[in-house]
Design a protein around this ligand. Structure first.
Ligand code: NAP
Length: 364
């Protein structure tokens, strides 16, 4: 059952950046039957197939006619069951057991594949897990090269790009930017350290092994989940609805709709000349704007309106450029209100946030 808040496709003044475009994105490869027949002969592998982004990449690849291998550390785990229900899964999806630290398992999964989407990574600030992200990425690149894979798409993160306290507020954040490793380490942002190192490792190893590499750099990615479990970036939204977050930071973040992030992965794979990094940044919002949008859509949830450190001036939204992806043909969804609405409905349907009807407000 979902809540009955009506979503209307209007844009609020909270959208701090980005151009309005229609919701339909284009791909470079014509979506005709001969292209589909071609794709049916193409086998690709997605690491971390059961996760939030991985599942959606698998779904899109199947819809576009590819044969897909998905890897998971435990394919039989209930958390991966949703993959078998995807359209085309019966005929064209197989799941393989692989750990990014086990090169033999990776080589077996990549055998015969034209492309690999390396999505798997711990999404965690646990310093112990850094080697899984970094060594794991080196292993994936080398296993792919060993098995004659043509193209590798690596999922980096804007944690590898934006964490730099010395960056001028006027800097345009794009593919040339890197986080400050020492700053990330000192502030305990080991996830950002790991993704930075993994991004650099992927680039170095791919160049050394002569493997074609395109890197997608998603920001905070939100949207409806296919999997049952709650992933980190959707938890980021859920904790405000749960009321567990009592104050919000005076901070700006960049967001993207999951469907844009998935389209970006497919686009850079299918554009045979696409190489290097592609930032997939949709909308920069101060946290107060994000919460105002959420409150407008779901006024009965206990969403905090208290800002931590509100004695300081409001942090200004970053400037950024997502032109490289636009040049490949990606039209960003660019409607955070709709994305947030659909995210919350999904969180309710999967039982991650309580369903609060208007007259339940007083019982909180
Ligand atoms: N969501 C975001 O906002 C966001 C933003 C920027 C970048 N990213 C990147 O996007 C990727 C996917 O993130 P997500 O949000 O979809 O997270 P998620 O739902 O937690 O998925 C992470 C996946 O990584 C796999 N994994 C973890 N450790 C592994 C290991 N040792 N060997 C093999 N697989 C392992 C997990 O697979 P199993 O546990 O099933 O084996 C899981 O499928 C990550 O690389 C993340 O850094 C995400």
């Amino acid at each position: 059952m979902s809540l009955h808040y009506k979503y209307t496709a209007t844009h609020k003044d909270c959208l701090c950046s980005g151009k309005r475009t229609n919701l339909v994105s284009q791909y470079s490869m014509a979506n005709n039957s001969s292209a589909e027949k071609q794709r049916a002969r193409v086998l690709v592998c997605v690491t971390g197939a059961g996760g939030f982004i991985g599942s959606r990449v698998v779904k899109e690849l199947l819809l576009r006619g590819y044969r897909v291998r998905g890897t998971a550390r435990d394919p039989a785990d209930r958390k991966n069951v949703h993959l078998q229900t995807l359209e085309g899964a019966n005929e064209r999806l197989s799941l393989h057991r692989a750990d990014v630290l086990d090169c033999d398992s990776l080589r077996a999964a990549f055998d015969g594949c034209h492309g690999v989407f390396h999505v798997a990574s711990p999404v965690s600030n646990d310093v112990e897990l850094m080697p899984v992200a970094v060594k794991g990425t080196r292993n994936v690149v080398n296993a792919a090269a060993d098995m004659g894979v043509h193209r590798l798409v690596f999922t980096s993160s804007y944690g590898a790009v934006h964490m730099n306290p010395n960056r001028s507020p006027d800097t345009v954040l794009d593919e040339t930017c890197w986080s400050d490793y020492e700053f990330c380490k000192q502030t305990g942002n080991y996830y950002c350290c790991a993704k930075m190192m993994a991004d650099k490792a992927a680039t170095e190893e791919a160049a050394r092994r002569g493997l074609q590499l395109a890197v997608v750099v998603p920001p905070m990615t939100i949207g409806p989940m296919l999997q049952r479990s709650l992933n980190g970036s959707n938890y980021y939204v859920a904790r405000y609805l749960m009321g567990t977050k009592k104050a919000y930071p005076n901070a700006v973040a960049i967001y993207a709709d999951i469907r844009d992030v998935v389209r970006a992965h497919l686009l850079v794979y299918e554009h045979h000349r696409a190489r290097g990094r592609y930032v997939c940044f949709g909308t920069a919002l101060h946290r107060s704007c994000l919460l105002r949008l959420l409150r407008g859509l779901f006024p009965h949830y206990p969403i905090t309106s208290k800002c931590e450190g509100n004695d300081k001036p409001m942090v200004r939204p970053y400037r950024f450029s997502n032109q490289r992806l636009k040049d490949l043909g990606l039209e960003f969804t660019d409607d955070m209100r709709k994305t947030l609405y659909e995210t919350v409905i999904c969180l309710q349907q999967k039982g991650h946030v309580r369903l609060i009807m208007p007259n339940q407000h007083s019982s909180l």
